[in-house]
Ligand binder design. Structure first.
Ligand code: FA5
Length: 369
């Protein structure tokens, strides 16, 4: 602000004033100078230099006047110089204050204009994903068994033939062990054979190896088989294994658990039927059927006019399995089941091709939000 230096020069030159009228005129000129200066201060930084130029402790105009003029003014002029100085100081302080307010208000106005949000503009729609139907079915199954006191455990998808077959009493020459049915890993010569588990049942053995009865677990997970893909078969699919072993687990408890699950999963009107079946690791083994929930047992295309739908395999744990995990087969008993999650989803939601679960076609996925 070059004017300030001039003012000081003039002010000091005014030491020569000799009448109160001259003093007043000089202060009026100073006041006019201040007004002119304020017009050039438009932001916080220039406001600060204006303030320092006029009110600064050392070199501010008002302090210089006090130091150099008031003190050296002739005694008869001092009252008028003092009064004029006080009036000028009040004027400058007030002016600076109101200038600061208007600069802040202008800055706020500019910021508001910059950040203005037009609420009438259409919003950006971000599509929300949803859980896959297979995941939803897993969660539904887990909810039901958790309510019965089961806990959820998970296991590895890569297994040894021992856990996948041998410890489950599946003999050496059983066709399921064949490379035609099972994916074996391609490992360097001399490595122990490993495979992609063909069912979740190996977790029965892992769990019983680690834990003494009582055991009540379910095992959700992916399994792999060399099946030809079709409407009900896939190379990779999903199972939930169940295992309950204790000192007094009866076939009756098994049947009650299965019936409860089927009613919770398919609806309270669903009826259950057990049919004899065979699994090397359960004895007796059963196939669990539910009354057809489409025709209510009367017969339709879904149930092939039998009134019943095959749901899953199960049975009482074969005592031979206890031998592999050092359980005393004379003291403990239990049951196991293996739910095909994809098939259960297909049945419940009327999906005629299991391949739809793996194609990730959003037109399909959107139907199950
Ligand atoms: C087993 O895998 C036994 N581990 C089940 C079990 C556990 C029985 C415990 C007794 C005690 P199974 O091979 O039947 O059983 O297969 C179980 C379910 O998996 C079938 O009912 C079917 O729903 C489903 N499943 C089998 N193969 C396929 C496939 N390729 N694609 C989709 N689902 C399949």
């Amino acid at each position: 602000m070059p004017e300030i230096a001039d003012i000081i020069r003039q002010t000091l030159a005014a030491l020569g004033v000799s009448t109160p009228a001259e003093v007043t005129a000089r202060f009026d000129a100073l006041r006019a100078e201040f007004e002119r200066d304020t017009t050039s201060a438009r932001d916080e930084a220039s406001w600060k230099s204006l303030r320092d130029a006029w009110l600064g402790r050392k070199s501010g105009v008002l302090n210089r006047i006090t130091e150099q003029w008031l003190k050296s003014a002739p005694p008869e002029l001092r009252p008028v110089v003092g009064r004029s100085l006080n009036e000028l100081r009040a004027h400058v302080e007030q002016g600076l204050e109101s200038l600061q307010r208007s600069i802040a208000a202008a800055a706020e106005k500019a910021a508001l204009a910059r950040e203005r949000v037009d609420l009438s503009l259409p919003g950006v729609i971000r599509p929300l994903g949803s859980r896959h139907l297979v995941r939803q079915t897993f969660e539904e199954i887990e909810r039901i068994f958790l309510s019965l006191g089961f806990t959820v455990v998970e296991g590895n998808e890569i297994e040894t033939p021992y856990y996948n077959f041998e410890a489950l009493n599946i003999p050496e020459h059983h066709p399921a062990r064949d490379t035609m049915d099972t994916f074996y890993l391609d490992l360097p010569p001399g490595s122990k054979p490993h495979l992609l588990r063909t069912h979740t049942s190996p977790m029965q053995v892992h769990t019983m190896e680690k834990q003494q009865p009582p055991v009540r677990i379910i095992v959700p997970g992916k399994v792999y088989r060399r099946d030809n893909p079709d409407a009900t078969h896939s190379y990779v699919f999903h199972q939930v294994e169940g295992l309950a072993v204790d000192t007094d687990v009866t076939f009756c408890e098994f049947k009650g658990t299965v019936e409860y699950f089927v009613r919770e999963f398919l609806g309270s009107a669903a009826k259950t039927r057990l049919r004899p079946s065979y699994f090397p690791f359960t004895e007796p083994s059963v196939e669990v059927d539910a009354s057809c929930f489409v025709c209510m047992g009367k017969g339709c295309r879904l149930c092939k006019f039998s009134g019943w739908i095959e749901l899953f395999g199960a049975g009482m744990v074969d005592p031979a399995v206890y031998g592999f995990v050092n359980y005393d087969a004379t003291r403990v008993s239990g049951y196991a089941f293996g739910l095909g999650v994809d098939r259960l989803s297909q049945l419940k939601y009327g999906i005629d091709d299991v391949q739809l679960f793996f194609q990730n076609d959003v037109r399909f996925l959107r139907q199950f939000p």
